[in-house]
Design a protein around this ligand. Structure first.
Ligand SMILES: [Fe+2]
Length: 264
């Protein structure tokens, strides 16, 4: 019988999980993993080398699949998004963001399976619970009722679409499972132009402050990928950043997203 160990990978966010084969995970082990996920926001499972079917089976334990507009999924597995090297100029993820925040019900979490990764191409994560908790009480109070506009402008332009989806979400959201508050944000500008009932110019200084406040080096884990890694993160209380420093090297990672609920 394997014994699961969970050990922190940074002081602020993330844990590595050893002693579990995700392709054969039992209900009891899944519950350990679930609790670790809620506590650490990002989990790293080295040496899994999941088949596509096992990746789908493990991800399905977390909820319904979520698919995003403007991107192409596998024909054989329509919930699996291949993340390949689009070149540095073609990437839209080399910035701090949370995935598909422009949807009314953004994905709750992602499960990634690394199939063939280069040196480099790290993914960074920041802890948005901590970002909220270390704001002053005055600013926490000010943000209490503020909502921001989230748009899919960057993805739409990449796909050549004139239709830009947009929605409003609270900038401080309460996690539906942990009950803790976190800053909910993605890059100010095209993707988050303003607070509700305010102009872009009025909104931008505070949006920019919250963004920079969130991604300070002491609030980050930087994951260096290896083939076989499974990494999952909670989109409700983190942002992430995909570093593109690997030139034309091939990169093959599969992503499955799980449906979330309306942020509150
Ligand atoms: Fe992303």
């Amino acid at each position: 019988m394997s014994i699961i160990t969970v050990s922190k990978v940074s002081g602020s966010i993330g844990a590595a999980v050893h002693g579990v084969n995700l392709g054969l995970i039992t209900d009891a082990d899944f519950e350990v993993v679930h609790q670790a996920f809620l506590e650490h926001c990002v989990l790293v499972f080295p040496d899994q080398f999941l088949s596509v079917d096992d990746h789908v089976a493990f991800a399905s334990r977390w909820g319904e699949f979520s698919v995003s507009p403007f991107v192409n999924y596998l024909d054989t597995h329509p919930m699996v998004l291949p993340l390949n090297n689009r070149g540095k100029s073609g990437t839209v993820t080399e910035n701090w963001h949370t995935d598909s925040a422009f949807l009314p019900e953004p994905p709750a979490l992602n499960v990634l399976s690394a199939r063939n990764v280069p040196r480099g191409g790290d993914t960074m994560f920041c802890n948005q619970y901590r970002s909220y908790n270390r704001l002053s009480p005055g600013l926490q109070h000010l943000l209490r009722d503020l909502r921001a506009e989230f748009t899919g402008a960057r993805l739409a332009s990449l796909a050549g679409s004139d239709e830009v989806p947009s929605t409003f979400h609270p900038v401080v959201r309460t996690h539906p499972e942990t009950g803790h508050k976190s800053i909910y944000l993605t890059r100010p500008g095209d993707s988050v132009p303003r607070f509700e009932n305010m102009t872009n110019a009025e909104s931008m200084p505070l949006l920019q402050f919250l963004y920079e406040h969130s991604v300070q080096p002491d609030n980050i884990y930087r994951h260096q990928w290896n083939n076989g890694d499974v990494v999952m993160w909670d989109n409700r209380c983190t942002m992430h950043y995909a570093v593109h420093d690997y030139g034309d090297d091939p990169r093959d990672i599969h992503r499955i997203s799980i449906q979330g609920s309306v942020p509150f």
